[in-house]
Design a protein around this ligand. Structure first.
Ligand code: ZN
Ligand code: ZN
Ligand code: FE
Length: 341
């Protein structure tokens, strides 16, 4: 095969019933350009950003997109057996600040609120495209989890299918709703309040906690107190409080071991295929790869090969450490709207 970089399609794995995005051209994407003396593409004044004038948050097309709005045509079945479809979709990057370094806690509250606004707008805009069924919004930070560009940014994958993890959550929420006529997450929140041992921070509209069933050592979930399905359901006050809690949680991570912490932040929202998902409750999950100051937790044989997670430690103890880190972080933060529960 001479033109392997042209392979761009979504292949079906019939063993675990999941779609895999195959993008030959992504093998060529740059790894840490500044280490080779090249300019950061997200800083002001580069070819990518120079026509945008003065900006504080910008949305750029992903230069090496896993999905594209005008993908190559592919047969529905490869050799009549394997299922395959076009790699249709949209991949974007949200550059959160012109500043080259830092985290959400290093930009001020109003600025972070603009970042939340962009997440909200893009969710609605991309979700309204007829070929998009799910808008996956997330933020990867740190070389430990393979981030190729250090400039603060998040990503959006607008997908033509609903991701398996979301499918699984939808099923659980629906089942719980049918059985109890209540929302699973609203009930989890009630229990966590009563118990208290895993709570980390709360403000008027959101709560942050380490879940009872955490899979990652310092996993943090952020739940809106109101039963809402997506960012687009939030009112102005809630968006400001979401910005607040995102700043506090990232500051808490950076304070925990007194170092710049890597993490994944993912938004779990309802699909955008116009069906009724009123039983779902949106939330944000943070996975952080360290299990101790300088020990990484790897997803290895048991986790990847069997989808069985082991938790090295006691969730309530880790939650206590996070609460302590949070109270230290609040002292350093210029502004915050909530308190430690
Ligand atoms: Zn930069
Ligand atoms: Zn709910
Ligand atoms: Fe979730």
């Amino acid at each position: 095969m001479s033109n392997q970089s042209k392979v761009h399609e979504i292949r079906w794995n019939p063993l675990i019933r999941q779609w895999i995005i195959v993008a030959g051209h992504r093998g060529r994407r740059p790894w840490r350009p500044e280490e080779k003396g090249l300019a950061c593409p997200f800083c002001p004044g580069t070819p990518e950003t120079k026509d945008l004038g003065v900006w504080d948050v910008i949305v750029l097309p992903n230069k090496f997109p896993a999905l594209s709005p005008k993908p190559l045509k592919v047969p529905r079945f490869h050799t009549g057996f394997f299922r395959v479809r076009r790699a249709i979709g949209v991949c974007e990057v949200i550059v959160e600040t012109p500043m080259h370094e830092g985290d959400l806690c290093n930009i001020d509250l109003d600025h972070t609120r603009k970042v939340v606004d962009v997440f909200t707008k893009e969710y609605s805009r991309l979700g309204s495209l007829n070929y998009i069924r799910y808008v996956a919004e997330f933020r990867n930070k740190g070389k430990e989890i393979g981030v190729s560009l250090t400039h603060p940014h998040s990503q959006i994958y607008a997908l033509p299918f609903i991701p398996p993890r979301i499918m699984c959550e939808l099923k659980s929420f629906k089942r719980y709703y049918i059985k109890k006529n209540k929302c699973l997450l609203c009930d989890i929140m009630k229990i966590e309040y009563k118990e208290g041992s895993r709570l980390i921070y709360e403000n008027k509209c959101f709560i942050a906690l380490l879940p009872y069933f955490a899979m990652w050592p310092y996993e943090i979930h952020v739940y809106p107190k109101r039963h809402v399905q997506a960012l687009s359901d939030l009112n102005e006050e809630e968006k400001l409080h979401l910005a607040d809690i995102l700043r506090v949680i990232t500051a808490t991570y950076n304070t925990l071991f007194e170092k710049d912490m890597p993490y994944m932040m993912v938004f779990h929202q309802k699909p955008t295929d116009k069906r009724n998902y009123s039983y779902y409750h949106m939330h944000i999950e943070f996975y952080q790869p360290y299990r101790d100051k300088d020990k990484l937790k790897y997803a290895a044989g048991i986790e990847w090969g069997f989808w069985v997670f082991t938790y090295d430690g006691i969730p309530e103890k880790k939650a206590y450490e996070l609460r302590e880190a949070c109270s230290k972080a609040l002292k350093k933060l210029d502004k915050y709207l909530g308190k430690i529960p």
